[in-house]
Every structure is written in structure tokens, then in C-alpha cells.
Design a protein around this ligand. Structure first.
Ligand code: SF4
Length: 403
């Protein structure tokens, strides 16, 4: 598969950075009611933080980092007894509370209470490598039935942003185009699809060090040397999607901290109805969205209200300065009766976590949106196990370089 088919300079580099970002990542608990194969957090039975500890974390965000939304994650945040108060605390600090959950503990009653508390949206983590009761050994496509259950729940509650994320493994990657098709079929209920490419520790090619001390990575919760690929690239997923959607084209990205032409976060915005995709958001359109939101709300945009996603026709006005939206405009209004039709906007995000360069540097997401708090500091949430175990991020060196 041609992984160099995309040139990062053709797309908009999202302006998200350490102090001014779209999202922050809050971990009120490391406790979870499920097990996921690719999980990078140790499921601690006493993993709940106190409300005061959580408020302290939020105050660190407020002091050090401007953000539109807070992903309330974990573990699974719905296992935390104070989840309602946590949502209120996020909202009180003028950030959008987005609950990142496997959904297992979500009931209609809890959803109503979360809504009253000010929840802005949910990102449901659902994939086939979870030990989910009643859904074991189901394929990604069979899990669309479960995804639909949660999308319908939020839709009926009204105006709560609905996103799904799935970890993509070598043997499940083939389902991505169909999952994107399912999202189009439900474009009135689902605003965002997120695909996170599976990563694990690579002991075959690299050694891990804490200063001069070599570290045995099997001590950590990360998977070690699984017999499956752990280096799938975002470009490959785009190439796969183009087999079903030849015009599929991203609009914006975050590059790697070490490799400028790597796509660590790759965003595609499509303009469609359930039946037809009329086109894609261009780089200028996404730039305008981010800049206007920052100009008027002093925040880069993470999650928009579902009512905005239903205003695709309004977005076509940006066709005046965005070539791809202009093409979409003419596509859509080829049939003048479409003026009475609703055009939706839907995001597809591909996240490519840590990669290693030949000389052992770790290529992180430059402008990481999932930054969390540890000991009053901002750290990468995907590598916080290192802080929790060693107080530092570990360094990697090509195998036997230092022996
Ligand atoms: S650096 Fe890690 S925590 Fe940050 S966005 Fe990338 S994968 Fe997520």
C-alpha cells in the first residue's frame, strides 16, 4: 500500500499546541468495568481520585492550558461515583465536558442527570477487542448494532455530541470502510468517528531506559511484542478508505514531534446525506472554523453542537475561499431541489499514537490534545504509566546500541 500518497503540506496544520489546544484529558479514575486488549492504563481497583484531586487537576489545566473541551476519561469515568459533580466542575471552568466511555454503565436516567449537569458530548469506545458482556467475539460490523443503541440514546435526549472511537488492529483494519459507511447511514445521529491505530511496546528493535538503567517493559501494562502489526500508519487507512470512497480527502492534521511528515491526528470532514457524499471540507474551511472559534470564543474548536453538524449548507458558503467546499456546493446544488434537503457535516479522525524513529526517538503527537495532569504537570496521557511507575518518561534506543 502506498503510504506516501498524502503530502502534509496540502493540508491545514491544526494550530493546537501545549498551552492553547482544543481538548485536555482528565483521568478521574483508572478503574474500569471492561478490559480492552490495547488499553494503556492499569485498571486499579482503588483507582478513583477524590473530587478535590479532580478539581486540582482541572485547576492545573485552567492555569497552564486553554482548551475548548475536556475528555473525561480513565479507566471508565462512568464508574466514578461523583461523575455528575465532575461534569459540573468541568462546565464551571468554561470547558465542554466530553465523556470518554465504553458506555457499559450508561442508562437513560444517568444520561438525563449528566445532561442536567451540563454534559456536552460522549465518545464511546467500542471495538471487537473488548471483553464486553453479550458482545464477545462479535466483528466490528456486528458491533454497529451496539453503536446504534448509544447513538439513538443521545439523539433522543437531544443535542448531545456523539462520537465513537475504535482501536484499529491489523486484523480489524479491513472493517474501517464499512464502519465509515455505517456512520454515513447514521449521519443525523453520529457527528464523529475516531480510529486509533494500535500501538504496543517494541522490544525487538528497541531498548527502554530510565537514565542509565535499562527497563524491563513487561513490568508495565502496555502490550509487549504482540504477534500483530503495531506500526499501521494513518496514510494506509486513507488509502483503504479510498477504495470505497475515491474522493476521500482529509483537510487538517497534527504532525509528529520528530517526523514532520507523519500524520498523528488526521482529520477529514465530509458533507453528506445518508444516501450521498457531496464532498469534503477543505483546508481553508477548517482554518476558518478554528480561527473564528478562537477569535470569538478564545478557544480552538474540538466538538461542535450536533445542531451545527446539521448546517452543512451554511458551511458551503465558505466555498467562496475553500476550493473543496466550492466543488461540494456545485455538486449539491446540481439538483436545485436539494435546497430543501438537509446536508450534514461529519468528522472522521485517524489517530496514530507513538512511533519510533530509526535512532530510537519517540515520535509523539506534536500539539497533543490528550494531555493530562500528573503531579501538577502536563504529560502525555498515553505514556502516563511511565510517570506512575518511574516518575519520568522513558527513552528508547535501537537494540543493543548501549550494550
Ligand atoms: S501523544 Fe499520546 S496522548 Fe497525545 S494525542 Fe498522541 S497518542 Fe494521544
Amino acid at each position: 500500500m502506498n503510504t506516501n500518497s498524502l503530502n502534509h503540506l496540502d493540508y491545514y496544520r491544526l494550530p493546537w499546541n501545549l498551552t492553547d489546544n482544543s481538548i485536555s484529558w482528565l483521568e478521574p479514575t483508572s478503574k474500569c468495568n471492561l478490559y480492552c486488549e490495547g488499553c494503556y492504563r492499569l485498571n486499579e481497583k482503588d483507582g478513583h481520585k477524590t473530587l478535590d484531586q479532580i478539581k486540582d487537576d482541572l485547576d492545573v489545566f485552567v492555569k497552564l492550558r486553554n482548551a475548548d473541551g475536556v475528555s473525561i476519561a480513565g479507566g471508565d469515568p462512568l464508574t466514578h461515583p461523583d461523575i455528575i459533580e465532575i461534569v459540573k466542575e468541568v462546565k464551571k471552568r468554561n470547558m465542554k465536558p466530553i465523556i470518554n466511555t465504553n458506555g457499559l454503565a450508561l442508562t437513560k436516567e444517568l444520561l438525563k442527570d449528566l445532561r442536567k449537569a451540563g454534559v456536552f458530548g460522549f465518545t464511546f469506545h467500542i471495538d471487537s477487542k473488548q471483553t464486553r458482556p453479550h458482545w464477545k467475539n462479535k466483528t466490528e460490523l456486528e458491533l454497529n448494532e451496539l453503536r446504534y443503541k448509544y447513538a439513538k440514546m443521545l439523539y433522543e435526549e437531544g443535542n448531545i455530541s456523539c462520537a465513537f472511537n475504535s482501536t484499529v488492529y491489523e486484523d480489524t483494519m479491513k472493517y474501517v470502510p464499512e464502519m465509515v459507511k455505517w456512520a454515513q447511514d447514521n449521519i443525523d445521529k453520529v457527528q464523529v468517528m475516531v480510529f486509533i491505530l494500535y500501538r504496543a511496546v517494541n522490544n525487538k528493535d528497541y531498548d527502554f531506559y530510565l537514565g542509565p538503567k535499562k527497563i524491563d517493559m513487561t513490568q508495565l501494562v502496555y502490550n509487549n511484542d504482540p504477534d500483530t502489526r503495531t506500526d499501521i500508519k494513518a496514510n494506509e487507512v486513507v488509502e483503504l478508505l479510498r477504495k470505497d470512497y475515491p474522493d476521500f480527502d482529509p483537510c487538517a492534521y497534527l504532525n509528529g514531534s520528530e517526523k514532520p511528515d507523519s500524520f498523528k491526528w488526521l482529520l477529514t470532514g465530509r458533507m453528506a446525506t445518508k444516501k450521498k457524499i457531496y464532498g469534503y471540507m477543505g483546508r481553508k474551511g477548517m482554518e476558518a472554523v478554528q480561527m473564528f472559534n478562537h477569535l470569538f470564543y478564545n478557544k480552538y474548536l474540538a466538538y461542535a453542537e450536533p445542531k451545527w453538524a446539521r448546517r452543512g449548507k451554511t458551511m458551503l458558503l465558505m466555498g467562496t475561499f475553500d476550493r473543496k467546499l466550492r466543488k461540494t456546493f456545485f455538486n449539491f446544488f446540481k439538483n436545485p431541489l436539494n435546497v430543501f434537503k438537509r446536508l450534514h457535516y461529519q468528522s472522521v479522525m485517524i489517530i496514530q499514537p507513538v512511533d519510533y524513529t530509526k535512532d530510537g526517538r519517540q515520535n509523539m503527537c506534536d500539539g497533543c490534545p490528550d494531555i493530562t495532569v500528573w503531579n501538577g504537570e502536563l504529560v502525555w496521557s498515553c505514556r502516563m504509566e511511565e510517570q506512575l511507575n518511574y516518575g519520568y518518561n522513558l527513552k528508547t534506543y535501537p537494540k543493543d546500541l548501549l550494550n
